[in-house]
Design a protein around this ligand. Structure first.
Ligand code: AMP
Length: 283
Protein backbone atom coordinates (compact mmCIF):
# COMPACT_ATOMS: atom_id res chain seq x y z
CA UNK A 1 0.00 0.00 0.00
CA UNK A 2 2.08 2.96 -1.18
CA UNK A 3 1.17 6.48 -0.21
CA UNK A 4 0.06 8.83 -2.96
CA UNK A 5 2.42 11.45 -4.26
CA UNK A 6 1.40 14.73 -2.63
CA UNK A 7 1.55 17.75 -4.93
CA UNK A 8 0.45 21.28 -4.09
CA UNK A 9 1.40 23.28 -7.19
CA UNK A 10 -0.09 23.34 -10.67
CA UNK A 11 3.41 23.27 -12.22
CA UNK A 12 4.39 20.08 -10.36
CA UNK A 13 1.02 18.51 -11.16
CA UNK A 14 1.49 19.20 -14.88
CA UNK A 15 5.03 17.79 -14.81
CA UNK A 16 3.84 14.54 -13.21
CA UNK A 17 0.91 14.17 -15.61
CA UNK A 18 3.31 14.81 -18.52
CA UNK A 19 5.55 11.95 -17.28
CA UNK A 20 2.58 9.61 -17.09
CA UNK A 21 1.43 10.62 -20.58
CA UNK A 22 4.95 9.95 -21.93
CA UNK A 23 4.62 6.44 -20.50
CA UNK A 24 1.28 6.06 -22.31
CA UNK A 25 -0.77 5.96 -19.09
CA UNK A 26 -4.40 7.08 -18.86
CA UNK A 27 -5.50 9.42 -16.07
CA UNK A 28 -8.75 9.71 -14.10
CA UNK A 29 -9.61 12.48 -11.67
CA UNK A 30 -11.75 12.57 -8.51
CA UNK A 31 -12.32 16.13 -7.27
CA UNK A 32 -13.16 16.33 -3.55
CA UNK A 33 -13.15 18.69 -0.58
CA UNK A 34 -11.48 16.06 1.62
CA UNK A 35 -12.65 14.45 4.88
CA UNK A 36 -12.80 11.34 2.75
CA UNK A 37 -15.40 8.68 3.51
CA UNK A 38 -16.51 5.47 1.77
CA UNK A 39 -18.45 7.49 -0.82
CA UNK A 40 -15.27 9.24 -1.99
CA UNK A 41 -13.34 5.97 -1.91
CA UNK A 42 -15.92 4.32 -4.16
CA UNK A 43 -15.21 7.06 -6.73
CA UNK A 44 -11.47 6.31 -6.56
CA UNK A 45 -12.13 2.61 -7.18
CA UNK A 46 -14.31 3.42 -10.20
CA UNK A 47 -11.63 5.83 -11.47
CA UNK A 48 -9.01 3.07 -11.27
CA UNK A 49 -11.26 0.71 -13.23
CA UNK A 50 -11.34 3.34 -15.98
CA UNK A 51 -7.74 4.56 -15.99
CA UNK A 52 -4.26 3.52 -14.92
CA UNK A 53 -3.61 6.56 -12.73
CA UNK A 54 -5.98 8.38 -10.37
CA UNK A 55 -5.56 11.97 -9.20
CA UNK A 56 -7.65 12.92 -6.15
CA UNK A 57 -7.86 16.64 -5.54
CA UNK A 58 -8.58 17.96 -2.07
CA UNK A 59 -9.57 21.60 -2.09
CA UNK A 60 -12.16 23.26 0.12
CA UNK A 61 -13.23 25.72 -2.56
CA UNK A 62 -14.08 29.11 -1.03
CA UNK A 63 -15.90 30.35 -4.14
CA UNK A 64 -18.68 27.81 -3.70
CA UNK A 65 -19.41 28.80 -0.09
CA UNK A 66 -21.68 31.74 0.73
CA UNK A 67 -20.43 33.98 3.60
CA UNK A 68 -23.01 32.43 5.96
CA UNK A 69 -21.89 28.87 5.21
CA UNK A 70 -19.47 26.44 6.89
CA UNK A 71 -16.18 27.19 5.03
CA UNK A 72 -14.20 27.72 8.25
CA UNK A 73 -15.49 24.71 10.10
CA UNK A 74 -15.59 22.32 7.12
CA UNK A 75 -13.79 19.15 8.37
CA UNK A 76 -10.09 18.95 7.39
CA UNK A 77 -8.14 15.74 8.12
CA UNK A 78 -5.33 15.43 5.65
CA UNK A 79 -3.24 12.63 7.21
CA UNK A 80 -6.26 10.35 7.43
CA UNK A 81 -7.29 11.28 3.88
CA UNK A 82 -3.87 10.26 2.55
CA UNK A 83 -4.14 6.89 4.35
CA UNK A 84 -7.56 6.30 2.84
CA UNK A 85 -6.32 7.25 -0.63
CA UNK A 86 -3.37 4.88 -0.27
CA UNK A 87 -5.76 2.08 0.73
CA UNK A 88 -7.78 2.68 -2.42
CA UNK A 89 -4.71 2.88 -4.66
CA UNK A 90 -4.87 6.54 -5.76
CA UNK A 91 -1.44 7.56 -6.99
CA UNK A 92 -1.58 11.36 -6.64
CA UNK A 93 -3.12 13.76 -4.14
CA UNK A 94 -3.38 17.28 -5.53
CA UNK A 95 -3.77 19.60 -2.55
CA UNK A 96 -3.39 23.21 -3.67
CA UNK A 97 -3.90 26.10 -1.28
CA UNK A 98 -6.26 28.99 -1.98
CA UNK A 99 -3.47 31.22 -3.33
CA UNK A 100 -2.45 28.54 -5.84
CA UNK A 101 -6.01 28.20 -7.15
CA UNK A 102 -7.01 31.87 -6.89
CA UNK A 103 -3.88 34.02 -7.08
CA UNK A 104 -4.23 37.73 -6.29
CA UNK A 105 -6.15 39.43 -9.09
CA UNK A 106 -8.17 36.34 -10.04
CA UNK A 107 -11.27 37.72 -11.82
CA UNK A 108 -13.00 35.02 -13.89
CA UNK A 109 -16.12 33.11 -13.02
CA UNK A 110 -17.99 30.51 -15.06
CA UNK A 111 -21.75 30.79 -14.96
CA UNK A 112 -23.79 27.71 -15.83
CA UNK A 113 -27.47 27.72 -16.83
CA UNK A 114 -29.67 24.76 -17.75
CA UNK A 115 -29.52 22.13 -14.99
CA UNK A 116 -28.02 24.66 -12.57
CA UNK A 117 -31.33 26.57 -12.46
CA UNK A 118 -33.61 26.03 -9.45
CA UNK A 119 -33.27 23.46 -6.63
CA UNK A 120 -29.89 24.20 -4.96
CA UNK A 121 -29.55 27.52 -6.81
CA UNK A 122 -32.77 28.83 -5.22
CA UNK A 123 -31.05 28.55 -1.83
CA UNK A 124 -27.35 28.83 -2.75
CA UNK A 125 -27.38 31.24 -5.71
CA UNK A 126 -23.61 31.44 -6.19
CA UNK A 127 -22.86 27.77 -5.49
CA UNK A 128 -22.78 26.28 -9.00
CA UNK A 129 -20.77 29.18 -10.47
CA UNK A 130 -18.16 28.40 -7.82
CA UNK A 131 -18.30 24.67 -8.54
CA UNK A 132 -18.11 25.17 -12.33
CA UNK A 133 -15.17 27.55 -12.01
CA UNK A 134 -13.12 25.27 -9.79
CA UNK A 135 -13.96 22.11 -11.76
CA UNK A 136 -12.97 23.80 -15.04
CA UNK A 137 -9.69 24.89 -13.45
CA UNK A 138 -8.97 21.42 -12.05
CA UNK A 139 -9.70 19.83 -15.43
CA UNK A 140 -7.45 22.27 -17.29
CA UNK A 141 -4.68 21.80 -14.73
CA UNK A 142 -4.88 18.00 -14.83
CA UNK A 143 -6.25 17.28 -18.32
CA UNK A 144 -7.62 13.88 -17.22
CA UNK A 145 -9.25 11.41 -19.62
CA UNK A 146 -12.21 11.05 -17.30
CA UNK A 147 -13.50 12.27 -13.95
CA UNK A 148 -15.82 10.57 -11.48
CA UNK A 149 -18.56 12.46 -9.62
CA UNK A 150 -21.11 11.08 -7.16
CA UNK A 151 -24.84 10.93 -7.80
CA UNK A 152 -25.14 12.01 -4.17
CA UNK A 153 -24.76 15.58 -5.50
CA UNK A 154 -27.04 14.86 -8.42
CA UNK A 155 -27.61 18.41 -9.63
CA UNK A 156 -23.85 19.04 -9.46
CA UNK A 157 -23.24 15.97 -11.65
CA UNK A 158 -25.69 17.34 -14.25
CA UNK A 159 -24.05 20.79 -14.06
CA UNK A 160 -20.56 19.33 -14.61
CA UNK A 161 -21.78 17.35 -17.63
CA UNK A 162 -23.31 20.55 -19.05
CA UNK A 163 -20.08 22.48 -18.35
CA UNK A 164 -17.96 19.94 -20.28
CA UNK A 165 -20.41 19.83 -23.17
CA UNK A 166 -20.70 23.60 -23.46
CA UNK A 167 -16.98 24.40 -23.11
CA UNK A 168 -15.76 21.38 -25.13
CA UNK A 169 -13.74 20.15 -22.16
CA UNK A 170 -12.51 16.76 -23.36
CA UNK A 171 -13.17 14.91 -20.10
CA UNK A 172 -15.56 11.96 -19.88
CA UNK A 173 -17.81 12.45 -16.85
CA UNK A 174 -18.72 9.27 -15.00
CA UNK A 175 -21.58 9.29 -12.48
CA UNK A 176 -21.17 6.97 -9.48
CA UNK A 177 -23.96 5.57 -7.28
CA UNK A 178 -24.50 7.07 -3.82
CA UNK A 179 -22.83 5.13 -0.99
CA UNK A 180 -25.04 4.90 2.11
CA UNK A 181 -24.71 3.65 5.66
CA UNK A 182 -26.58 0.54 6.77
CA UNK A 183 -29.67 2.70 7.48
CA UNK A 184 -29.78 4.38 4.06
CA UNK A 185 -28.17 7.69 5.07
CA UNK A 186 -26.03 9.00 2.22
CA UNK A 187 -22.42 9.32 3.40
CA UNK A 188 -21.31 12.94 3.61
CA UNK A 189 -18.42 14.78 5.21
CA UNK A 190 -21.04 17.00 6.85
CA UNK A 191 -22.58 13.99 8.68
CA UNK A 192 -19.71 14.55 11.15
CA UNK A 193 -21.65 17.60 12.40
CA UNK A 194 -24.62 15.44 13.49
CA UNK A 195 -25.28 14.22 17.04
CA UNK A 196 -26.49 10.64 17.61
CA UNK A 197 -30.07 11.89 17.94
CA UNK A 198 -29.77 13.91 14.73
CA UNK A 199 -28.33 10.90 12.89
CA UNK A 200 -31.53 9.03 13.73
CA UNK A 201 -33.57 11.81 12.13
CA UNK A 202 -31.20 12.16 9.15
CA UNK A 203 -31.74 8.51 8.28
CA UNK A 204 -35.42 9.25 7.61
CA UNK A 205 -34.57 11.43 4.60
CA UNK A 206 -33.80 8.55 2.26
CA UNK A 207 -36.77 6.51 3.50
CA UNK A 208 -39.17 9.40 2.81
CA UNK A 209 -37.66 9.96 -0.63
CA UNK A 210 -38.02 6.28 -1.53
CA UNK A 211 -41.61 6.17 -0.34
CA UNK A 212 -42.45 9.30 -2.33
CA UNK A 213 -40.68 8.11 -5.50
CA UNK A 214 -42.62 4.84 -5.32
CA UNK A 215 -45.88 6.77 -4.92
CA UNK A 216 -45.03 8.99 -7.93
CA UNK A 217 -44.16 5.94 -10.04
CA UNK A 218 -47.50 4.43 -9.04
CA UNK A 219 -49.37 7.51 -10.29
CA UNK A 220 -49.63 9.84 -7.26
CA UNK A 221 -50.13 13.56 -7.98
CA UNK A 222 -46.72 15.23 -7.93
CA UNK A 223 -47.51 18.32 -5.88
CA UNK A 224 -49.50 16.48 -3.24
CA UNK A 225 -46.89 13.71 -2.97
CA UNK A 226 -44.00 16.16 -2.53
CA UNK A 227 -46.01 18.31 -0.07
CA UNK A 228 -46.79 15.17 1.93
CA UNK A 229 -43.07 14.23 1.86
CA UNK A 230 -42.16 17.67 3.22
CA UNK A 231 -44.62 17.21 6.10
CA UNK A 232 -43.21 13.72 6.77
CA UNK A 233 -39.68 15.15 7.04
CA UNK A 234 -40.76 17.80 9.53
CA UNK A 235 -42.66 15.17 11.52
CA UNK A 236 -39.52 13.01 11.53
CA UNK A 237 -37.61 15.89 13.15
CA UNK A 238 -36.14 17.98 10.34
CA UNK A 239 -36.23 21.68 11.15
CA UNK A 240 -36.78 23.03 7.64
CA UNK A 241 -37.19 21.61 4.14
CA UNK A 242 -35.56 23.77 1.44
CA UNK A 243 -37.05 21.75 -1.42
CA UNK A 244 -38.34 18.37 -2.39
CA UNK A 245 -39.01 18.14 -6.10
CA UNK A 246 -39.19 15.70 -9.02
CA UNK A 247 -37.17 16.48 -12.16
CA UNK A 248 -36.44 14.84 -15.48
CA UNK A 249 -33.21 12.93 -14.84
CA UNK A 250 -30.85 14.41 -17.47
CA UNK A 251 -31.62 18.11 -18.01
CA UNK A 252 -33.41 18.44 -14.66
CA UNK A 253 -36.41 19.95 -16.50
CA UNK A 254 -39.83 19.48 -14.88
CA UNK A 255 -40.56 15.78 -14.52
CA UNK A 256 -42.92 14.05 -16.94
CA UNK A 257 -44.40 10.74 -15.92
CA UNK A 258 -43.24 8.87 -19.04
CA UNK A 259 -39.60 9.94 -18.50
CA UNK A 260 -36.98 8.69 -16.05
CA UNK A 261 -36.93 11.08 -13.16
CA UNK A 262 -35.12 12.02 -9.98
CA UNK A 263 -36.63 13.11 -6.72
CA UNK A 264 -34.28 15.57 -5.04
CA UNK A 265 -34.41 17.11 -1.58
CA UNK A 266 -32.52 19.40 0.76
CA UNK A 267 -33.44 19.77 4.42
CA UNK A 268 -31.98 21.23 7.60
CA UNK A 269 -31.27 19.47 10.86
CA UNK A 270 -30.19 22.15 13.29
CA UNK A 271 -27.29 23.91 11.57
CA UNK A 272 -26.60 21.04 9.16
CA UNK A 273 -28.03 20.97 5.66
CA UNK A 274 -28.49 17.51 4.13
CA UNK A 275 -29.21 16.67 0.50
CA UNK A 276 -30.23 13.41 -1.10
CA UNK A 277 -31.96 12.10 -4.20
CA UNK A 278 -33.44 8.88 -5.56
CA UNK A 279 -34.54 7.62 -8.96
CA UNK A 280 -38.18 7.88 -9.98
CA UNK A 281 -38.73 5.02 -12.40
CA UNK A 282 -40.78 5.88 -15.51
CA UNK A 283 -44.29 4.44 -15.52
P1 AMP B 1 -17.26 16.53 -1.70
O1 AMP B 1 -15.97 16.20 -1.04
O2 AMP B 1 -18.43 16.48 -0.77
O3 AMP B 1 -17.20 17.77 -2.54
O4 AMP B 1 -17.55 15.35 -2.73
C1 AMP B 1 -16.60 14.97 -3.68
C2 AMP B 1 -17.23 13.95 -4.61
O5 AMP B 1 -17.65 12.83 -3.85
C3 AMP B 1 -18.47 14.48 -5.35
O6 AMP B 1 -18.47 14.00 -6.67
C4 AMP B 1 -19.59 13.89 -4.53
O7 AMP B 1 -20.79 13.72 -5.26
C5 AMP B 1 -19.00 12.54 -4.17
N1 AMP B 1 -19.68 11.97 -3.01
C6 AMP B 1 -19.90 12.56 -1.81
N2 AMP B 1 -20.62 11.75 -1.01
C7 AMP B 1 -20.85 10.61 -1.73
C8 AMP B 1 -21.54 9.39 -1.46
N3 AMP B 1 -22.14 9.16 -0.29
N4 AMP B 1 -21.57 8.44 -2.42
C9 AMP B 1 -20.97 8.66 -3.63
N5 AMP B 1 -20.31 9.80 -3.94
C10 AMP B 1 -20.25 10.75 -3.01
Amino acid sequence: MSRPLVIDSVAALRAQIRDWRCDGLSVAMVPTMGALHDGHISLVRIALEKAERCVVSIFVNPTQFAPSEDLDKYPRQLARDLDRMAGAGAQLAFIPDVAEMYPAGFATRISVGGPAAGLESDFRPTFFDGVATVVAKLFLQTLPDCAVFGEKDYQQLCVVRQLCRDLDLPVEIIGAPTVRDAHGLAMSSRNAYLSEAELGVARQLNAVLHRTAAALAAGADESSATAEAGRALVKAGFDKVDYIAARESLALAPWRRNRDGRLLAAAWLGKTRLIDNVEVPSA
